[in-house]
Write a protein that binds this ligand. Structure first.
Ligand code: ATP
Length: 221
């Protein structure tokens, strides 16, 4: 299968982290930043990294951005540059564009100019951190939609030795346990009604936010 090629525009903290992770996963990455220091910082790990203004349509075409499978617009601070870059990428014909938004208004404009996927790293991290520090048992929180989330919750003593059906998690709280990670790292995917829960297991749960909150309160009592 052909290796996927990514172009990351903006090599700040977010774009830099996306770049390094894509490289570690074995993908080809081209980097673009208008700041010379950022470009030299990445030159040792990126064979294709260019100092360029991504709002210059002709430069973007010359760099061969068109041949990339997926573009990540990792510019947050300069709204105009983020929006214009996304528009140019769409115009060039990029099939997949992921863009970073810094507000809901920014998101709406990015959608309007053709971004396929919008991420809010600062907002999402803020939400996750707030959930983690206010809940003794929640170790991960991922918003799936405004109403639904996926959470990882440490099974408390009161559920120890109960089967899933005995725990009443679905019947009483309407939450679905998608997987159980045991203390020895064994992962039980799509557990059955009679699979057991032990204190310290990590329960991967999907549900309505209201239901998850109720379940969280119950195990925190
Ligand atoms: P982060 O939080 O990811 O560090 P930031 O929001 O603090 O980002 P930004 O202003 O979003 O900083 O810039 C991220 C990177 O994008 C910077 O390295 C910046 O030089 C680069 N950048 C900004 N505008 C352009 C542009 N028009 N062309 C190319 N690179 C740009």
């Amino acid at each position: 299968m052909k290796k996927k090629h990514f172009v990351v525009i903006g090599l700040g903290r977010f774009g830099g982290s996306v770049t390094k992770t894509l490289l570690s996963l074995g993908f080809e990455v081209m980097g673009i930043d208008q700041d010379e220091r950022r470009v030299s910082e990445f030159a040792s790990i990126l064979p294709h990294v260019f100092q360029a203004d991504s709002t210059d349509d002709s430069v973007m075409r010359k760099l061969g951005v068109k041949n990339m499978d997926h573009a990540i617009v990792a510019i947050g601070g300069d709204l105009q540059a983020s929006i214009l870059t996304t528009l140019i990428l769409k115009d060039i014909g990029l099939k997949h564009i992921t863009a970073k938004a810094t507000s809901d208004y920014h998101q709406r404009v990015l959608e309007g100019v053709g971004a396929d996927h919008i991420v809010h790293p600062e907002r999402d991290t803020g939400i996750r951190v707030a959930h983690r520090i206010t809940s003794q048992n929640m170790v991960e929180y991922l918003e799936l939609s405004p109403e639904h989330s996926l959470v990882e919750i440490i099974a408390p003593q009161r559920l120890n030795g109960k089967s899933l059906v005995q725990s009443n998690i679905r019947a009483k709280f309407g939450c679905n346990v998608m997987a159980i990670r045991r203390a020895n790292n064994e992962l039980v995917v799509s557990p059955h009604a009679n699979d057991m829960i032990y204190t310290g297991d990590l329960l991967v749960i999907i549900g309505n936010n209201r239901d998850i909150n109720r379940f969280e309160k119950f195990i925190g009592e």
